[in-house]
Ligand binder design. Structure first.
Ligand code: SF4
Ligand code: SF4
Ligand code: SF4
Length: 292
């Protein structure tokens, strides 16, 4: 019989440290040239120009590392659709990101790098502490795949990067580096939608970038793995899942040995919470025997 463990894992703590470090990394160039953050210094345009010449510079949407351009693959797709032009340089910039998250797990971006989660998770905890109830109207998690497709179609039809205009990730970077407040409305919108429509509905079901990484996440070598014999079916993992509890159904029923859904963010909350160490994160071959 499985025994309950005393200590809890610390994957969530490690993840929050990584999330902060990712943000800090993008803050180094403007701080190094004296530009400051939040557009604090006058003459920041010239300083931003200087910062852009450093070996590393940019944001989660686009950056340069030792002359190598790194670009958000979804923004690149959108640009290609809007311009009707295959920009080879941009595709090359997107390739390392696609390879990284393709090899690891697509939505590891959501769990470990996206600043939106860094903001929403503490708010979520605060909401729970204050006892604020979320209306649950539900929305199928795969809707975001269609939203992603829709964003690309809109870009093709209008010739404009419409999603980029409201993309909370790039707007967060602009706010942090240049003091732009345009992202504030998007963040408030996400918080309100999460409150009146359903718990974490934005990241779970609506965000097109999450949809893109969900599609990429159907491949990937790192997964949440299950030791079925150790499970006591307490369902605690489902209660804390940062994505959608249903993605754990396959492992909990014994149908699969790892969480197969491209939706999993590898956030580790289920692993941290499991009282018997039945769950872990690591390399695992696909064991898909039925859809989860
Ligand atoms: S779903 Fe979108 S907003 Fe949410 S964590 Fe992923 S990329 Fe960020
Ligand atoms: S299955 Fe586990 S690791 Fe994956 S999103 Fe849910 S809680 Fe996070
Ligand atoms: S947390 Fe999930 S995996 Fe762990 S024992 Fe409970 S039901 Fe099983």
């Amino acid at each position: 019989m499985a025994t309950e463990r005393k200590g809890k894992g610390h994957i969530s703590l490690a993840r929050h440290v990584v999330q902060v470090l990712v943000l800090a990394l993008f803050c180094i160039p403007p701080l190094a040239v004296g530009q400051g953050l939040l557009g604090a210094t006058s003459g920041s345009e010239e300083l931003a120009q200087t910062a852009s010449t450093l070996p590393f510079f940019g944001s989660l949407s686009s950056s340069t590392l030792a002359g190598l351009v790194l670009a958000d693959p979804f923004a690149v797709l959108e640009t290609i659709m809007a311009s009707k032009d295959v920009v080879v340089g941009a595709l090359v910039g997107a390739l390392p990101i696609v390879l990284l998250y393709g090899i690891v797990r697509g939505r590891a971006f959501c769990g470990w790098a996206c600043p939106v989660n860094l903001v929403l998770e503490p708010l979520d905890a605060l909401r729970a502490k204050l006892g604020i109830k979320v209306r649950e109207h539900g929305c199928p998690r795969h809707v975001k795949l269609w939203v992603a497709l829709g964003a690309l179609v809109v870009a093709a039809v209008t010739g404009q990067l419409v999603w980029e205009a409201v993309n909370p990730i790039s707007l967060f970077s602009k706010g942090l580096l240049f003091g732009s407040l345009t992202g504030l409305a998007t963040f408030v919108g996400i918080i309100v939608v999460d409150l009146v429509w359903g718990h974490r509905v934005w990241c779970r079901a609506l965000c097109p970038l999450g949809g893109f990484y969900e599609a990429l996440g159907t491949v990937g070598t790192v997964s949440v793995k299950m030791d079925y014999d150790a499970c006591i079916h307490c369902d605690r993992c489902k209660q804390v899942c940062l994505c959608d509890p249903e993605i754990l159904d396959g492992v909990l029923s014994g149908a699969t040995k790892r969480v197969e859904a491209g939706d999993c963010m590898l956030c580790g909350k289920c692993v941290d919470t499991c009282p018997t160490k039945a769950l872990s994160i690591g390399f695992a071959a696909p064991t898909r025997t039925k859809k989860d």
